[in-house]
Design a binder for this molecule. Structure first.
Ligand code: ATP
Ligand code: MG
Length: 449
């Protein structure tokens, strides 16, 4: 081994078995891998539960056998990770863990295997697979829940969610990813305990990681609806919760909240587009007038999206992209066939690298209302493709400030920038050809620019 070839699952099982046999250690694959295997879903990452506190030991032996680098161990949590090409294998000593009400440091103590399984989040995550590939349902009800597509807590949901409030978000996330129903006692327990989902007990990173997975799932709209019914939406995305009941007229068939959910449901599985759909109209409550206008909601909303995503500690690059999309979301929606090529180029320039996402957002936005002529976006897409493939491009001036100063014999100063901008506009509008010679010639004959 030791090559970069992805390791296949049978090889993995064989190596795990050898490592466990070498050490005389008892261990099983548990959780997502087993669940997804039985559901026929791909799952590259493996969790291995190990008896008698031997997780680090087994991880080390496994790493030796596979030629992987040494395991990364987290002593405090009794876990050790080994990375193989295409897989992350996490070894965990059987344990019981809970988050005390006032601390983000979980209480961790060694436990028996059955105790460990009984303290996991959902029954469908307690199924074991031994290293021969046999499935074991030690709880006795996990297999039935899996077959019935139900998320049920092994213990009383109040206790399960109290021990680690993040599990409430995991419930929503698994429902959205797997299409499973929540057992009937889950949402009432969530409503009761929603207030516990606050930092510092639950770190922002754990929360936004779940949010990310929900939005990337096959059912992002369901995720938002479940968050709402569980009383969690106002904690995680208060900006969206504030859109509830905000009425709108015109081509709209729903209030701002209902429209937003519809739009999210119509987006492709791209995190940035989906976040932008979530936030695209959050500026409406603050800009609503009695006449039903929301003037400037896209600018206000872009600022709110930025604040929200900073609070959720999203990476700056993602925040910038989402804010750009929210700020520009009306532009393609307002497209008309009469637009000049210059107007199409300006849209392409303003959206920059986000242009395709902006179009996807616009399609979702229009699709989520009774807006007429959704086909006009196809026409815009064709025109965008044309201006984007122009060679040379008309979206950047082929000269710089130095050229302008030299040609006009003027010193550095704000005028240079203004002239450069003006030239750029004229090129975009097709008034000047996009070549150095043409621009310099234009400058010579238009010293009043
Ligand atoms: P995925 O890897 O697709 O996110 P998973 O079920 O494997 O899903 P992990 O976070 O990898 O989830 O955790 C592995 C297993 O550990 C879970 O299946 C579950 O049994 C248990 N587990 C993880 N996080 C928690 C938690 N917060 N509370 C209880 N059990 C948990
Ligand atoms: Mg996993």
């Amino acid at each position: 081994m030791g090559s970069n070839q992805p390791v296949d699952d049978l090889q993995l099982l064989g190596l795990l078995k050898r490592a466990a046999d070498d050490l005389g250690v008892k261990a099983w694959i548990v959780g997502g891998y087993v669940r997804d295997h039985l559901l026929g879903r791909d799952q590259p990452d493996l969790d291995v539960v190990v008896e008698d506190g031997a997780a680090a030991h087994l991880a080390e032996r496994f790493a030796q056998l596979t030629g992987a680098g040494p395991p990364v161990t987290f002593e405090r949590y009794g876990t050790a990770q080994v990375t193989l090409p295409g897989h992350l294998v996490e070894f965990v000593s059987a344990r019981a863990e809970s988050y005390p009400p006032d601390s983000r440091k979980p209480h961790v103590r060694p436990a028996t295997l059955d105790e460990d399984l009984g303290r996991r989040d959902f029954t469908v995550n307690t199924l074991l697979m031994d290293f021969e590939g046999n499935i074991h349902d030690r709880l006795g009800s996990a297999r039935a829940d899996l077959d019935a597509h139900i998320l049920r807590t092994p213990a009383d949901p109040i206790q399960t969610f109290n021990d680690d409030p993040l599990r409430m978000l995991r419930a929503v996330r698994f429902a959205a990813q797997l299409g499973f129903d929540l057992a009937p006692d889950l949402v009432p327990a969530m409503r009761q305990l929603s207030g516990r989902l606050v930092s510092p007990v639950i770190s922002v990173e754990r929360i936004s990681d779940e949010l990310r997975k929900m939005l990337l799932s096959e059912r992002p709209r369901l995720a938002l609806e479940l968050l709402d019914s569980a009383g969690l939406l106002e904690l995680v995305l208060p900006e969206l919760a504030a859109c509830k009941g905000v009425a709108q007229t015109g081509y709209h068939t729903h209030d701002v909240y209902g429209h937003t959910l519809l739009a999210v449901g119509l987006t492709p599985p791209d995190l940035i587009v989906r976040l932008a759909a979530v936030f695209h109209d959050v500026g409406k409550p603050a800009t609503a007038t009695p006449e039903g206008a929301f003037t400037g909601h896209e600018e206000v909303g872009a600022g709110m999206a930025r604040t929200a995503l900073e609070r959720l500690r999203f990476p700056l690059k993602e925040i910038d992209a989402v804010a750009t999309l929210v700020r520009l979301h009306l532009r393609p929606v307002y497209y008309r066939s009469e637009w000049s090529d210059g107007a199409v180029r300006r849209l392409a320039r303003d959206a920059g690298a986000q242009i395709e996402r902006l179009m996807a957002l616009a399609r979702a936005d229009i699709g989520a209302s009774a807006y007429p002529e959704p086909e006009k976006l196809d026409e815009l897409a064709t025109r965008l493709a044309t201006v984007l493939s122009e060679k040379p491009t008309r979206m950047a001036a082929p000269i710089d400030g130095e050229d302008i100063m030299r040609a006009l014999g003027i010193p550095p100063g704000p005028a240079v920038g203004r002239i450069k901008e003006r030239l750029g506009e004229l090129i975009m509008d097709g008034e000047i050809e996009p070549s150095r010679e043409a621009v310099l010639a234009y400058l010579q004959s238009h010293s009043d620019l």
